[in-house]
Design a protein around this ligand. Structure first.
Ligand code: EPU
Length: 421
């Protein structure tokens, strides 16, 4: 297994290009199943999760081929309805084939995704939404077995859970509703840019959708959809990770090819903490010279502060003089990185779903274990500013969601390598 090895202490300088958004690409690849025809998806990042989605499309009987950032998907006529445990267990986002399969085939058997290290992650909202459209759902032998006797039928669906809206549940129900009879109204739909990107792709396929990006999405079902070509939006979480990397090292970095309108919550917090951020001609320059100031952040559904940047922000707070607080309102247990950061000399205390971070002068490099994708990114950022050598183990988490991270950080001047254990 590989590990990432970092010698901390270098200020990052230069330019970095952002890749396409993983969390946009995954449901959009699933949406391709809604038509028999070929779709072409551009700007797809080369990541392990994308490779898993391609394997899943193959398992369902679709043709899918990745080359130079572009995926061609041809589902054809004879799709199979079963998404096997082997694939779903390695990637929860596989659950987003449920809606498309059900809408196109009238049946789907998708392995029930279990919990994961960031929390219990239920799928009740996905099931509630599909049931409202007329699906008969059962859980048998670890699989969700969904059947629709006739064409799904549009209805009003309220998709609010204890933690607010759900990105993939909104996607699943929206995809299923595109081929349903009549109109569906999804209330409390997720407003994330990835949902908007999915709606735009579906519209290119011929779907009738309005209101994406708001908490009320309306879908007028159509009889069939065609194949389409679509370019994935830039990854706002990858972008945010590089913004924090520049800030934590006291560097000066220009971010190319991002969508600044998608990460205002982070820009707001970084500015409050003393980081200078300038948006100009489609690029974003981030630099820091002076001391950092403590800030508090609460993770919330979009446009609030994203949970997927919580660990990275915590690394920054760990070296910010004073006390900062992070409250996690999406995944109350997403704090496994805390003990690893503390191994590096951070002083972070957990109190319910809040982390109280007492900034220290200096972190010290150490071997640490990555527990999930974003936690890994937080540890890498801590390693960039720590004194001495940090080894981040279980790098496969990082490879699920960051395209060539060590190469991009090296180009910015970081001393970072991938080594075999
Ligand atoms: N929830 C329910 N019931 C459901 C679904 C979700 O209660 O049926 C709860 C969750 O437990 C959580 C909240 O709703 O408390 C939000 O979860 P959501 O459904 O929005 O998460 P998701 O759609 O499964 C996507 C991203 C995650 C990201 C979350 C929140 C993809 C593939 N995944 O997951 O990304 O953290 O939205 O923004 O889009 C990552 O990239 O590292 C990652 C985990």
């Amino acid at each position: 297994m590989d590990k990432i090895v970092i010698e901390g202490g270098r200020k990052l300088r230069g330019e970095v290009e952002v890749s396409g958004a993983k969390n946009s690409a995954l449901p959009i690849l699933a949406a391709c199943l809604l038509s028999e025809e070929e779709s072409v998806i551009e700007n797809v990042p080369d990541l392990k999760d994308i490779a898993t989605m391609i394997r899943l499309l193959h398992a369902l009987g679709a043709k899918a081929h990745y080359e130079a950032g572009e995926i061609t998907v041809k589902p054809g006529r004879d799709l199979k309805p079963v998404a096997p445990y082997k694939l779903v267990s390695t990637m929860r986002a596989s659950v987003c084939v449920l809606g498309p399969l059900l809408a196109r085939l009238g049946e789907a058997e998708v392995s029930f995704p279990g919990g994961c290290v960031i929390g219990s992650r239920p799928i009740d909202l996905h099931l509630k939404g599909l049931q409202a459209l007329g699906a008969d759902l059962q859980v048998q032998h670890g699989y969700v077995i969904a059947k629709a006797k006739r064409r799904l039928r549009g209805r009003d669906v309220f998709l609010g859970g204890a933690f607010g809206s759900s990105v993939l549940a909104t996607g699943n129900v929206m995809m299923a509703a595109t081929l349903a009879d009549r109109k569906t109204l999804i209330e409390n739909s997720a407003c994330e840019p990835e949902v908007v990107d999915l709606a735009r792709f579906l519209r290119k396929m011929g779907a009738k959708i309005q209101g994406e990006g708001s908490p009320r999405i309306e879908i007028e079902g159509v009889k069939r959809l065609r194949g389409a070509r679509h370019r994935i939006i830039p990854d706002r979480i990858e972008t945010g990770t590089y913004l924090v990397a520049a800030a934590i090292t006291g560097g000066d970095v220009v971010i190319q090819k991002s969508s600044p309108e998608h990460y205002n919550a982070l820009v707001d917090k970084l500015t409050e903490s003393g980081v200078r951020i300038e948006k100009k001609d489609g690029t974003v320059r981030v630099r820091r010279r002076g001391r950092l100031r403590p800030v508090d952040a609460t993770t919330l559904p979009y446009p609030g502060f994203p949970t997927d940047l919580q660990a990275q922000m915590m690394a920054l707070m760990a070296v910010t003089p004073g006390i900062s607080i992070i409250t996690e309102k999406i995944y109350p247990d997403r704090f496994i990185h805390v003990s690893e950061l503390n191994r590096m000399g951070a002083r972070i205390f957990l109190e319910g779903n809040s982390a109280i971070v007492h900034g220290v002068k200096q972190l010290s490099g150490a071997p640490v274990i990555a527990s999930d994708l974003r936690a890994s990114a937080g540890l890498v950022l801590a390693g960039l500013v720590a004194e001495g050598r940090t080894e981040v183990r279980r790098v496969y988490h990082l490879d699920r969601g960051y395209e060539r991270i060590e190469e991009k950080l090296s180009r910015l001047g970081a001393k970072i390598d991938r080594e075999k254990e």
